[in-house]
Write a new protein. Sequence first.
Length: 258
Amino acid sequence: MARVSTLEHWESYWKGHQADIEGTYSTGGRLVREVLADGPVEGRWVMEIGAGSGRDLLDLARRGARGIVLDYSPASLALVKAQAAAQGVPVLLVQADATRMPFRDGAIDVSFHQGLLEHFRDPMPLLRENARVTARGGRMLVDVPQTFHLYTLMKNVFILLGVWFAGWETQFTPAQLEALCRDAGLDVVRTYGDWMVPGLWYRALRESLKRGLGLRLPLHPKGPAWWSGAWEGLRASLRGRRWALWTCHVIGTVARPK
C-alpha cells in the first residue's frame, strides 16, 4: 500500500504542539521576508494555505494584511485561533480542501504555502486552484523541500521505515518547481532558497535529548554576535545566486497569474 499523508497525521501532529508552539521551529521568517520583498501587504488580502501553526500569516497580519488561514485540520485552525486571540490579531479561519477553495477567481492578493505541496502525489490540482484564486497583479509563493540535501535523505529513510511524522512527502529541484508553476499557468518571478538554522545535527541532538532524557537544549543556541552576524551576512549574499539553491534545505518560487 502506498504511503500517504493524511488528516490523521496532521491532527496528531498539531494537537501534540498546541501546548508548546514556541518550542517548535518556525520558518525563521523566510516566508514573511519573501512576501514583503515584492511589496507591502497593508490592506491586502493575504492567505496562507495549509497553514499549520499560522505564525507567518499572523506576522503579516500584524503588518496590516487582511489575513486568511485555510487548512483542513481542525487542530491546526484551533492553534491559529488561540495565537490570534492571544496576540489580538484579526484573521479569517477557513476549514476547506486546498484543491477546492471557497473563493471566487482572483479574490486573493497574496497567497502562499509552505510544507504543503510536497504531500500531494499530483501537485497540479493544488497549484491550479492556487493560481485561480490569486488576483492578476497579485502573487503567490510556493515553498518546498529541496531534493539534494541531507535533510531530504534523512526524511526519505524515515518514510521507508514508516516512521515519518507526516506519512509521506516528496521534494523538488528548483527547475522542477518552476516547471510546475509554469504548467499551472503562472509566470515565475524568481526562485529563492534558505538554509536550516540551527543545523540538522543540532536539531536532531536536541530532539533526541528531549525525548530520551527529558533534557531541553535551547531552540536557537547563542554564539558570539560577530559569529552569528558573519554567517547571516554570508547567507544573505548567497540567496540571490542560482547555484546556491542546491545547498539549501528548502526552496521557494514566487509567481504571478498570467
